[in-house]
Design a protein around this ligand. Structure first.
Ligand code: FAD
Length: 380
């Protein structure tokens, strides 16, 4: 599908596609089966400018738009969802938060390291008892002179163990009150900050998901991002951008699954003809292609608005909700088209099938997206 996008977007997409084919594809199943997080790969992605895609050049980034960013995530995810997820979490959550809400000093200190791939980012909002209801968090930051003491555990954090620079949103006010959370940057190696249990997951197994533990972790006030009490508001804004990247992740997975199913349907013969001759199969392919095209339009619309600094809450939620559900449907149908072979690890569709499910959960479940969309729609 072609948009008003220029040569640059095409080139960036091609670079990501070539990198994925050369450096990711040969290892996909090994990393998946052993739950290996290929940390070094992200340094290579940094050298290609993919670890700070929308970070302005003055902070060491590539200075590209959200259109190029979603193109990169989608191309990588068409080969491996896990790497797409990690790249998205690094770019739009940790790096995106510092870019949007960091002081000039914080941006100068952290963005060049993140954008070059020298440092890997993590972003901690979710806790064991508070996922969708993130405002009810228990992890606290208590003021201690010109320092803060953070205590509590963040769960399900992408790069919870390997992340070098973490943004954490902690409660700084009374539970269930307004403006009761604040965001901080915490560097790996800070006393009292450690990684915890790594999750053993259904899919996205090469993307590290783990606890981040803060045990009386004392950090200076200069590590605070923006105003005290503004953390939850900041997190919601960061998630608007993040959700567009999960839509792109979904799109990549769906495209990868369709490409595999399309090829197989032409090669596999039953009843002396390719199975693509059967309407039961070709209509599935038609539905898959149509839904992917619709998901791509929603994703690009949201990315375009984000690039133009227009309000994007509604468009990001729509793109994330629709594209993620499409990824699950397309990956499920791809397995069906492969028949018994689709149920084995010899073909890529079983992994797309497992990876796709995360897209309807991470950065707000489909139900939460519908709440956001309904609220926006009812506003008129
Ligand atoms: C692989 C992976 C990576 C992740 N990475 C990160 C990360 O880097 N940083 C981070 O902070 N978090 C991360 N998360 C956490 C993720 O954002 C949460 O899992 C997600 O927001 C859902 O929260 P929960 O798991 O607590 O589910 P819950 O909130 O407990 O939801 C359970 C079910 O209840 C439904 N539900 C909840 N509330 C409502 C409601 N009001 N109306 C209707 N239905 C509702 C949900 O839709 C869901 O179906 C990650 C998760 C995974 C699996």
């Amino acid at each position: 599908m072609e948009f008003a996008s220029d040569e640059l977007t095409k080139q960036v997409g091609q670079t990501a596609r070539q990198f994925a084919a050369q450096h990711i594809k040969p290892h996909v199943m090994e990393w998946d089966e052993t739950q290996t997080f290929p940390h070094e790969l992200f340094k290579q992605l940094g050298q290609l400018g993919m670890m700070g895609v929308v970070v302005p050049e003055e902070y060491g980034g590539s200075g590209l738009s959200y259109i190029e960013y979603v193109t990169i995530i989608s191309e990588i995810a068409a080969v491996c969802g896990s790497i797409g997820l990690s790249l998205a979490a690094h770019n739009s959550l940790c790096t995106g938060h510092i870019l949007a809400f960091g002081s000039e000093q914080q941006k100068k200190k952290y963005l060049p390291r993140l954008a070059s791939g020298e440092a890997l980012g993590a972003w901690g909002l979710t806790e064991a008892n508070t996922g969708s209801d993130a405002g009810n968090m228990r992890c606290t930051a208590v003021k201690d002179g010109d320092h803060w003491m953070i205590s509590g555990t963040k769960n399900w954090i992408t790069h919870g163990i390997s992340g070098d620079i973490a943004v954490v949103v902690a409660r700084t006010g009374e539970p269930r009150t307004k403006n009761n959370a604040t965001a901080f940057v915490v560097e790996r190696g800070t006393k009292g900050f450690s990684g915890g249990k790594k999750e053993n997951k259904l899919g996205m197994r090469a993307s590290e998901t783990a606890e981040m533990i803060f045990d009386h972790c004392r950090i200076p006030d200069s590590q605070r991002l923006g105003d005290e009490g503004d953390g939850f508001h900041q997190a919601l804004a960061v998630l608007d951008g993040g959700r567009i990247s999960i839509a792109a992740l979904s799109l990549g997975i769906a495209k990868g699954a369709l490409a595999a199913a399309l090829q197989y349907s032409k090669e596999r013969h039953q009843f002396d003809q390719p199975i693509s001759n059967f309407q039961g199969i070709s209509f599935k392919l038609a539905d898959m292609a149509t839904e992917i095209a619709a998901a791509e339009l929603l994703t690009m619309q949201a990315a375009d608005r984000k690039s133009k600094h227009l309000p994007v809450t509604r468009e990001a939620a729509m793109a994330k909700y629709y594209a993620s559900e499409v990824a699950v449907r397309v990956a499920t149908d791809a397995v069906q088209i492969f028949g018994g072979y689709g149920y084995t690890k010899d073909f890529p569709v079983e992994k797309f099938y497992r990876d796709s499910k995360l897209c309807t959960i991470g950065e707000g479940t489909s139900e939460i997206q519908k709440i956001v969309i309904a609220r926006e729609v009812l506003k008129g």
